[in-house]
Design a protein around this ligand. Structure first.
Ligand SMILES: [Mg+2]
Length: 220
């Protein structure tokens, strides 16, 4: 089943675009998800870069089935307002950047949990439009930015999302931001033209430099 993703709630002005992942970029995920697992009697063992096969029951130390893993992730998204907190300095940085650019959240979460996420982001002073979709991020960002010749920025903690956007966008600043988590230590590193931002302060300076460089009149 494939539906055309509705982007009509995202209104862009004639200015740079910053598209930003949510989990582990704007909201902590890895750490609170582990706390959530403990509360459910499970534990994540960082043996490889995947959740499936690495979540064990604390009772018998046996890895739980893929369907049960999926259900736990969904239960976490359902209850995200009780568990997830903002990453350091995210609200003040995005608020400052939003004076000069449009900020859009693109989260790879089942769309049925978008209401909970919207409420949580609003409560944390992050009122920017939210797109929840499990489809590849590159084509979605391309649809959003269309053929505009304005600077664009994409921020994510996952290499495959950065690669998807790299493959669909020209001249987009690709920023890799990730927490210091056991799962992320095992994650594949992004390849090619991707810059690593150590925190939101660093991200802001990289974004502002990119916007300055790419807003200048172009010589032919
Ligand atoms: Mg993420």
């Amino acid at each position: 089943m494939s539906e055309i993703l509705d982007l009509s709630h995202v209104r862009l002005a004639d200015r740079p675009l910053i598209v930003c992942d949510v989990d582990d970029v704007v909201l902590d995920f890895a750490a609170p998800f582990q706390s959530f697992l403990h509360s459910e009697g499970h534990e994540f063992l960082p043996r490889s870069f995947r959740l499936t096969g690495n979540i064990i029951s604390m009772r018998d130390k046996v890895a739980i089935e893929p369907l049960a893993v999926r259900k736990l992730i969904e239960a976490f998204f359902e209850a995200q307002e009780q568990w997830q907190s903002p990453t350091l300095k995210v609200a003040e940085t995005l608020t400052a950047l939003s004076a000069d650019a449009d900020v859009v959240f693109l989260t790879a979460m089942p769309p049925r949990y978008a209401e909970q996420r919207r409420r949580l982001l609003d409560k944390l002073h992050l009122p920017f439009p939210l797109i929840a979709s499990e489809e590849p991020k590159g084509p979605i960002m391309r649809r959003l930015h269309a053929e505009r010749s304005l600077p664009s920025v994409f921020i994510d903690d996952m290499a495959h999302n950065l690669h998807s956007v790299r493959d669909h966008m020209d001249d987009c600043l690709l920023l890799h931001m990730m927490p210091d988590s056991p799962l992320h230590k095992l994650a594949p590193r992004p390849e090619g033209n991707v810059l690593r931002a150590s925190d939101w302060r660093h991200a802001e300076s990289l974004i502002r430099a990119h916007i300055r460089r790419n807003s200048a009149p172009r010589a032919h």
